[in-house]
Design a protein around this ligand. Sequence first.
Ligand code: SF4
Length: 485
Amino acid sequence: MPIFTPGRRWQPPYYPFKKVSLGKRLLATVERSIKGPLFGCRMCGNCLLQETAFICPMECAKGARNGPCGGSTETCYVDRTRPCIWYAIYDRAEKMGRSEKLLEVLPPLDWDKVGTETWGDVWNQVKHVGVKNVCTGLLSRDAANRARVWDSVFQPVRQPVWWSGDSQYHAPKYTEPASELERRLRGGEFVVTAEVAPSLSPNTTKFLGNVESLRDYVTAMNFTDNASAMPRVASWASGVMAIQKHVEPVMQITARDHNRLNIQSDVLGANALGIRNVLCISGDSSREGAVPMARLDILDVDSIQILWMLRRLRDEGKYLDGREIKQLPKYFLGAAASPMASEPRFQAIREHKKINAGAQFMQTNVVYDTDILETWLNELAKRNILDKVYLLIGVMPLKSLKMANRMTQVPGIVLPASILKRMEAAGDGAEEEGIKIALEIIERIRAKQAVSGVHLMTVGWESIIPRIVTEAGLKRVPAELKALA
Ligand code: SF4
């Protein structure tokens, strides 16, 4: 186990893709033999230790460089034999008073640098700042000056020009709502969105039936992107079919199944076809899905990096490679949030970072415990970010006791014992009891001022949505879908 990283490094270090000079290879060997035992360094070529409480984030089983996934608890859900390294990072950062450093949007790997040393870059930057300036700055009695000099060396090393991540909030640069969903949220309406699973085959009869049956009950429909790591019809294609039925789609895009190139091209293509809402998520681990498993250990870009990249594409008109885009795309960016995963104050840091990166709305994981939801909302309020994002709280009606029991096992979901008891006591009436519980939860969610709507997830029970929406008093006025014109 590395001395300063409270995890166990299972994956071997990276090695360069191309031959580098002997001097660089020697330096890399020295760096690896020191940082390996100390931090579990995998030689990613772009060291982030300064921002991650000196725990190497490349220990993360998914390779997430900006924070934990939605299923995070103290234990990694991809590999239960090791701790969640992001939980450890948050915990240590809090103890060291470095939590705010976790807000900086960190870059994805530069695959041309992977496996090579970072120390050469640090030395070049020291020379750039001036060896004397660095030495005197670091010996200064003024802590702020020391921190400034330190950052003048390390910030340019970890933030290449093509990324330029920071820890600031960047307000969207457009004025008219990009979608009907955004228009309604801006107008203060309590909205309902629903998740609809795309078809399993090119026969879309059932899928389109679901879409049409829900059209008058929700403002927008999310089409999942290979949910549970199982292939289905693509989210963007489902979205285009929904538009043809006059339904506004939310295209979901998982970090798991995409790389930095096709995220940009897919979103631009979807945008050209009329899709105006894009939800950026990590995606369930491939371990949850089909075998043989897709790659488990590395995301080319994580969900926060996707938000950063797409926000810049839209607001600054720049592809990740720096090329300018002639006509700006138009979309409303969303992210997932997990009020019930790990500690609400840690989750709030993660949500804060997503909002800074570009999230304008958030759809949360399923909530059954509204007390924990309240704690999470208070943590967001402390960070002063509630006025920068629209929150749609995830609600999943329980169909049976079996389903309720299964929910207790899902990472990132808390099902209170009182709900489980009610489902047990209901016997044959479990389905009705599940609907009653969902309606009670919606009522409690609606009473919270900071919340802008609910996101219904019914995993194949889409037929219940009209009843829930109607009985909750949330049936919408039919939309004109102006934004799709
Ligand atoms: S962030 Fe990269 S360079 Fe730094 S310790 Fe981890 S793997 Fe090594």
